[in-house]
Design a protein around this ligand. Structure first.
Ligand code: NAD
Ligand code: TYD
Length: 350
């Protein structure tokens, strides 16, 4: 079996659903269920014995050590993190605790377990660390896209905490030879994404007749990747990646935020022809330290491991909108008091 951390979150849940959809290897899912963790994401696996869920913190060394001994996973795929830049600006402490200290403790648990394995299991064991392109900082309009050789220059507490965790993973390979793999992926979108992030936020607000809050001039650029393509890249790196290596993952889909929002409004109008959602677009105060542009050069994973994204931005976005329209019950559950407190704190009080 494999161990997945953060498997009740957006990408982790999609990863587990797909993993068990295309094979029979069991998954031990360890998730703390923070505000972003949602066990309903895994509802289709409720009575599936191949999915074992344990609510625990990655930093709880004693629990993680016991689980590793009991279940003997052949790999750890590490998604668990605090993941929202705006929240990291309001309160960085949780980001330091989970993304840095938590990853360090998980690495220690993994190292102790890995060292206890027999030779052949030690050889084949993998620790795959899921990270972000944000560690590379911000690009100007004509800079080349981020490659694996781009120096780190994180600008937000979130990206700084992810950068620190990447460095720890690197050190565990170089110092202890723990067979690590690191992936740095661009912005994801798709089903089950917590609505604090740009694309689900805009879909939900558009349908509710609320403002579509675009930060600054709306010209910040992100490189969008449909979540299933990220998951297939992680499966590819886990199967074929070389220990100690880093792989950038991206979909060659750079877009300014304002263009993303206009595209969403256009696709929604095809479903609701009487409405003009663009009237709801509102420019709001910019995010402090807002990175201007991200772009990923994914040549290494494409040429060395043979991975390719399947969705274009247009096909992925249409699927995403459909999913949110078809899952009102999921949205009602997520749109609770705690979420409203975040919206109020961030968008109303500022
Ligand atoms: P998410 O916020 O939706 O989910 C994170 C999950 O981790 C939640 O289920 C949460 O309960 C769990 N978690 C948080 N702290 C924990 C702890 N201390 N112990 C155990 N579980 C804990 O995040 P996501 O968007 O699914 O991102 C997953 C990973 O992918 C993160 O490491 C993130 O940095 C990385 N990433 C995300 C994107 C993106 O666009 N969303 C892009 C590139 C990389
Ligand atoms: P986000 O989904 O928070 O991802 P990240 O900050 O990790 O890239 O934001 C994507 C882009 O959208 C980013 O440039 C900030 C912008 N944005 C808005 O303009 N308005 C919003 O309400 C949010 C949440 C994001």
């Amino acid at each position: 079996m494999i161990l997945v951390t953060g498997g009740a979150g957006f990408i982790g849940a999609n990863f587990i659903l797909e993993w068990l959809g295309c094979g029979d290897e069991a998954v031990l899912n360890i998730d703390k269920l923070t505000y972003a963790g949602n066990i309903d994401n895994l509802a289709p696996l409720k009575s599936d014995a191949r999915h074992i869920f344990v609510r625990a913190d990655i930093g709880d060394t004693s629990t993680i050590g016991t689980l590793l001994k009991k279940y003997q996973p052949r790999a750890i795929v590490h998604f668990a993190a605090e993941s929202h830049v705006d929240r990291s600006i309001h309160g960085p402490a949780d980001f330091i605790e989970t993304n840095i200290v938590g990853t360090f403790r998980l690495l220690e648990s993994a190292r102790a377990y890995w060292q206890s394995l027999p030779d052949d299991a030690r050889q084949s064991f993998r620790f795959l660390h899921v990270s972000t392109d944000e560690v590379y900082g911000s690009l100007s309009a004509d800079d080349p896209a981020f490659s694996e050789m781009t120096p780190y220059a994180p600008n937000s507490p979130y990206s700084a905490s992810k950068a620190s965790s990447d460095h720890l993973v690197r050190a565990y390979y170089h110092t202890y030879r723990l067979p690590t793999l690191t992936t740095n992926c661009s912005n994801n979108y798709g089903p089950r994404q917590f609505p604090e992030k740009l694309i689900p936020l805009m879909i939900i607000n558009a349908l509710a007749g609320k403002a579509l809050p675009v930060y600054g001039d709306g010209k910040n650029i992100r490189d969008w990747l449909y979540v299933d393509d990220h998951c297939s890249a992680i499966r590819t790196v886990l199967a074929k990646g070389v220990p100690g290596e880093v792989y950038n993952i991206g979909g060659n889909a750079e877009m300014a935020n304002i263009d993303v929002v206009h595209t969403l409004c256009r696709l929604l109008k095809e479903i609701y022809p009487d409405k003009d959602f663009t009237e709801q677009i509102t420019f709001v105060k910019d995010r402090p330290g807002h990175d201007r542009r991200y772009a990923i050069n994914a040549e290494k994973i494409c040429t060395q491991l043979g991975w390719r994204p399947r969705e274009t931005f247009a096909t992925g976005l249409a699927k995403t909108i459909r999913w949110y329209l078809d899952h009102q019950d999921w949205l009602d559950a997520v749109n609770n008091k705690t979420y409203q407190q975040w919206i109020d704190r961030h968008y109303v009080q500022g």
